[in-house]
Design a protein around this ligand. Structure first.
Ligand code: NDP
Length: 335
């Protein structure tokens, strides 16, 4: 990161630099440290928040200008003085946007238990976004068969899975996305009952009335802003809004005000936010469940793969412009 960012983030806020060659070994005498070779990096919307200097601490620490950007990734252990991590093992967790990283607190890394699945999936369906979809939909929304579900940013890393989980639960699910190509994917690949391109709709309230004549039971919120305002008008009595993210607000200097909040009272809506980190103790159960879904052909997943660390800044900025189709992954090295 070159400097703290205010307003819209740009590729030019980051730079790729070469450092002097270092030995790829844990420094002499350092205990519980690992050296990672980074293979796949994950571009995630929350990273924008870390580029800004916050006056009051955010839920994740701010990045430090001049230092390497940190994010989720899949890596191989190339040296270790930590008893739980052996050379050659594959792991995923918070690593640096660099070819090799020295990690002194590796206890937050997860093991890749299923290397037979494409490794990039550990940035998406089997990584943080996939687990987010699971926690948000199953634990926070507490869905019931036959309920009406609406998902925004539905063709992304989280949304495509929420829709598929909803179908597996026997719900009726509609997704919104920002291009006709994504709408096609939602309907024909991910099995959503219906989908629309929100950029082509002039009145989102009427759009939602059209897709949900009886109202929405569960809204999986990924975008905030005008979409949330329209959803509030279309919720059913005792509906649930899972506040997962609000990407439309991340590049604004001042977040927008939200109208229609009184609907929360009138419709007895439960709106609940969550942060996936709080649930990581249950991750391995999710990994097993999802691997079975993948192997059984019950769930599919689309990734948008960019080659080369030098293309990571552009890939990250692409998230806020909707350039990614599916989970945005950066390949640093394939082995
Ligand atoms: P995506 O893969 O969905 O990528 C982001 C997408 O958001 C873009 O492709 C774009 O799709 C859409 N978008 C961008 N800008 C806007 C805008 N102004 N208005 C509406 N849509 C926009 O990202 P993820 O699936 O990884 O993340 C989805 C949400 O989940 C984010 O809000 C993220 O912060 C949140 N999240 C929350 C977590 C938690 O613990 N609570 C953990 C992980 C993610 P389109 O073409 O459809 O516009």
């Amino acid at each position: 990161l070159k400097h703290y960012v205010t307003g819209k983030a740009a590729e030019s806020d980051m730079e790729v630099v070469a450092t002097e060659a270092v030995e790829l070994k844990v420094p002499e005498g350092s205990k519980d440290v690992i050296v990672l070779k980074n293979l796949y990096l994950s571009c995630d919307p929350y990273m924008r928040s870390r580029m800004t200097k916050h006056d009051t601490p955010s839920y994740v620490p701010d990045f430090v200008p001049g230092e390497v950007i940190i994010g989720y990734g899949v890596s191989k252990v190339v040296d270790s003085t930590h008893q739980d991590f052996k050379v050659g093992e594959l792991v995923w967790g918070m690593t640096g946007w660099e070819e090799y990283s020295l990690i002194s607190n590796p206890q937050n890394f997860f093991k890749v238990n299923h290397p037979e699945i494409p490794l990039s999936h550990y940035t998406g369906i089997l990584g943080m976004p996939g687990f987010t979809a699971h926690v948000g939909f199953h634990a926070i929304a507490a869905p019931k068969q036959g309920e009406y579900v609406f998902v925004s940013a539905a063709a992304g890393a989280v949304g495509q899975l929420v829709g598929q989980f909803a179908k597996l639960m026997g719900c009726y699910v509609v997704g919104s996305a920002g291009s006709d190509e994504k709408v096609e994917l939602l309907k024909n690949k991910f099995g959503f009952d219906d989908a629309f391109n929100y950029k082509k709709e002039s009145n989102l309230n009427q759009t939602l009335q059209r897709f949900f004549p009886e109202g929405i039971d569960i809204y999986f919120e990924n975008v905030g802003g005008a979409t949330l305002e329209a959803v509030l008008q279309n919720m059913r009595l005792h509906g649930r809004i899972v506040a997962c993210g609000m990407i439309s607000q991340y590049n604004l200097v001042e977040p927008e005000g939200i109208r229609n909040l009184f609907q929360i009272v009138a419709k007895r809506i439960r709106m609940e936010g969550f942060v996936v980190f709080d649930y990581f103790a249950n991750y391995y159960k999710f990994e097993e469940m999802t691997v079975q879904y993948i192997k059984g052909g019950k769930i599919t997943y689309v990734e948008d793969i960019v080659e080369g660390l030098e293309n990571a800044p552009s890939a990250l900025i692409g998230l806020y412009e909707g350039r990614n189709v599916g989970k945005q992954v950066v390949v640093v090295s394939r082995e």
